[in-house]
Ligand binder design. Structure first.
Ligand code: NOJ
Length: 526
């Protein structure tokens, strides 16, 4: 069962490098996040996911952790992070940190010890073959870099050696079972890190590459799931309120393994989301090939079909309702921003849909103002992802209010275009994306029927007709097309609704038996 506080939670994802710089060194920091908690609360988000903010050489933006228990000096100190927990809690905001359990940085002291020829406590903390010229049977590996005669396995980039949780199926003498004491010791070490932050006030974790732990795992990920169930047992006993969201993208497996939530991402569980391919459309390419055919459902008159998404989503939704939640996201630090392909009105509809579905949604910083995906050179292993990691655009002062430092010292350049959206400009425009997001989230918080648990029932999903669905007793209707449409309500529904339009984007009206929606519109009717 998922943590109770998730029932009415909307997350805000913060890439700490780029959110708000409070000391003028050009890089975002924890003090900056604390300064902006009021903004986040007003927006309607009541929980944070902060990308890794721990000591790191930053070859993968912090997903290469050198010390799991130490805040990276560029963001502040552990005390600053403890203060963030406290200040956030005062405002009713929960904080999830990013746990990277599958690999460390190649500079982590565990790994330096593991590389030594002499056997020690950490020799089996990582996965090694037993000879310098022996590869890893299909797994990516590095040889020739250590005193120890063996090759080590990678979990992602070259800088990220895989931690050893063992193998489900052992086929080589150098492979350890997932029940081996060394594999258990890795698991305990991760629990110890979790305990450390939870006991200082953190509310849980977003878990990086959650399905990657046990190697040679079966299709059902039995080995990796056993690890997470064990972690969940610890949480239940010691931190029953803690929540975990998986980067797994297989809610049936992740939620049964003890997760509260799992992200809806693409098939590979990483990179860019299916939601974006099917809605926002980047031509199926993570590189944002704009020339490719446009299948986005929310693009005006692009002829997109919502069923590409629903087929998978509804299947998972039905299968996982009793276990926990699916988390949809506007985008994340690994994907192209939705504004790459959708204009302001289209984004409003996309977000209205996303924020009226069940489960626990995530909003990526800057998406609420339609920040652009920028064409910038790679930074800290970001490659194409870097364009979605640029500084938050607060106002019209220097560096768009992100930092009081010199422009040349910024972590990444701010959007230099004349029409760069900012929070300040949008605050005073009632029609802005920001104010629309605020209104949708306020509505969600005010109606239990729009929150995580209320039942979702699809009423009409036919192409070229409005999309109609019930959340509890509320009817949601969405028309992304360029012309108005009428929808005749099934009798059973029209008898129950009192035709009051609670919320709308564009035109919408209801009278007994039918609903009229204008071009590019969305409405919630009770
Ligand atoms: C997924 C993270 O979201 C991504 O940013 C990172 O590069 C990889 N995992 C490796 O940790």
């Amino acid at each position: 069962m998922a943590a109770k506080w998730l029932k009415d939670t909307v997350f805000y994802e913060i890439y700490p490098q780029s959110f708000k710089d409070s000391n003028g060194d050009g890089i975002g920091d924890i003090g900056g996040i604390i300064e902006k908690l009021g903004y986040i609360k007003e927006l309607g988000c009541n929980a944070l996911w902060i990308n890794p903010c721990f000591d790191s050489p930053f070859k993968d933006a912090g997903y290469d952790v050198r010390d799991y228990k130490k805040v990276a000096p560029r963001y502040g100190t552990n005390e600053d992070l403890f203060r963030l927990f406290e200040e956030a809690h005062k405002k009713g905001i929960r904080v999830l940190l990013d746990l990277v359990p599958g690999h460390t940085s190649e500079e982590h002291p565990w790994f330096s010890e593991s590389q030594k020829a002499q056997k020690n406590e950490y020799s089996d903390r990582f996965i090694w073959t037993d000879f310098c010229f022996k590869g890893a049977k299909g797994l990516p590996y590095v040889g020739g870099e250590s005193e120890r005669s063996g090759c080590y396995i990678l979990n992602f980039f070259k800088c990220q050696p895989a931690l050893n949780y063992g193998f489900l199926e052992v086929t080589e003498p150098w492979q350890k079972s997932f029940r081996d004491p060394a594999a258990i010791a890795t698991r305990e070490a991760i629990k110890d890190i979790m305990r450390f932050w939870l006991s200082h006030g953190c509310d849980g974790f977003r878990v990086d590459m959650a399905s990657s732990l046990v190697k040679n795992d079966d299709e059902k990920k039995s080995g990796t799931s056993a690890v997470w169930r064990d972690v969940r047992r610890m949480l239940e006993l010691e931190f029953p309120d803690a929540a975990m969201v998986a980067e797994w993208s297989n809610p049936p497996l992740a939620l049964r393994a003890g997760y509260d939530m799992d992200f809806f991402l693409n098939d590979a569980g990483n990179g860019y989301s299916t939601l974006m391919r099917d809605y926002y459309n980047h031509g199926g390419s993570i590189h944002g090939d704009k020339s490719a055919e446009d299948h986005s459902y929310f693009k005006k008159d692009a002829g997109g079909n919502i069923n590409r998404f629903l087929d998978q989503y509804l299947d998972w939704y039905e299968d996982t309702r009793e276990y926990g939640y699916i988390s949809l996201l506007t985008c994340n630090h690994d994907t192209i921003r939705p504004s790459y392909n959708l204009d302001r009105e289209e984004l409003k509809l996309a977000y209205a849909f996303l924020f009226t579905l069940p489960g626990v949604p995530f909003l990526y910083y800057g998406d609420e103002i339609g920040m652009k995906y920028l064409d910038v050179p790679t930074k800290e292993g970001g490659y194409f992802r870097t364009g979605s990691r640029t500084p938050m655009q607060w106002d019209d002062t220097a560096n768009l209010g992100f930092s009081g430092g010199k422009a040349e010292n910024l972590y990444l350049p701010v959007d230099a275009s004349a029409d760069a959206p900012t929070v300040k400009a949008q605050e005073s425009d009632p029609d802005s994306l920001l104010n629309t997001v605020r209104a949708i989230l306020a509505l969600r918080h005010s109606k239990e029927d729009l929150q995580a648990d209320a039942e979702l029932r699809m009423i009409c999903t036919e192409p070229d007709r409005p999309l109609v669905y019930m959340r509890g007793k509320l009817l949601c209707i969405l028309n992304p097309g360029g012309s108005g449409a009428d929808f005749t309500l099934p009798k059973e529904l029209s008898e129950k609704l009192n035709n009051e339009v609670l919320f709308k984007i564009g035109e919408a009206s209801a009278e007994k038996g039918s609903v009229h929606v204008g071009a590019q519109s969305f409405a919630v009717i009770q």
